[in-house]
Design a protein around this ligand. Structure first.
Ligand code: CO
Length: 214
């Protein structure tokens, strides 16, 4: 376990390594950011966003919270998405969950979790929406894994409900929303291959905020 002081030592080493690879690394970094990706993932310390995608500083805009939730009353995630879409004009929005997610696990346990209740409620709502499919899975571990995937799927739908996302997509054909799951046992990222166009069409009857009739 690194000590607190060790972190600054690590930082100095990192700076030297970056400069050794590219002397102008920090000059470029300080200029501007133009990331193509917005990544929304879990706060879990075992899922480091940049590292698992092999991306350098400046290449991905990141938001993380417990169980990678996109809730319309969460000013934090709403601001992140709005800034990423309207100002950074990201081409892709990735919602990335992970198996063995403590937040998803906690939502499967019928217990009063205090301050966590309203947060976990979002995941319990996902369970309710997909109750028939989930309850049909008799193996509890498999049911847990499926809830992780369905939670990602529903958060992708929540991203798609946003006016900024819909309006940009109608105009520019981006951002495209993707749902992924990270497997801690293998390190592999799994693409859930959600059909973004189909999701968009599916919700438009109720959530169309593009200002057009279709
Ligand atoms: Co998690």
């Amino acid at each position: 376990m690194a000590t607190y002081e060790q972190l600054f030592e690590n930082n100095r080493k990192w700076v030297e390594e970056k400069k050794a690879g590219d002397a102008s690394f920090f000059d470029k970094l300080a200029r501007d950011q133009q990331p193509d990706y917005l990544y929304i993932g879990c706060s879990d310390s075992r899922v480091p966003a940049n590292e698992i995608m092999g991306l350098e500083p400046g290449e991905v805009f990141v938001h993380r919270n417990v169980a990678n939730l996109v809730n319309a009353t969460d000013l934090n995630v709403m601001s992140v998405i709005n800034y990423a879409v309207v100002h950074l004009k990201v081409k892709h929005i990735i919602v990335c969950g992970h198996y063995n997610c403590g937040g998803v696990r906690a939502a499967m346990i019928p217990k009063d979790m205090g301050i966590l209740n309203p947060w976990l409620r979002n995941i319990r709502d996902v369970y309710r929406l997909h109750k028939d499919e989930l309850n049909a899975i008799t193996n509890e571990d498999k049911r847990y894994e499926r809830l992780v995937e369905l939670n990602v799927q529903e958060q992708c739908i929540n991203v798609t409900k946003l006016a900024s996302v819909q309006q940009s997509y109608v105009k520019n054909k981006f951002p495209v929303v993707h749902g992924w799951v990270f497997d801690l046992h293998t390190g592999i990222l799994k693409d859930l291959n959600l059909d973004f166009d189909e999701i968009l069409r599916g919700i438009q009857e109720i959530y169309n905020l593009t200002g057009s009739e279709e």
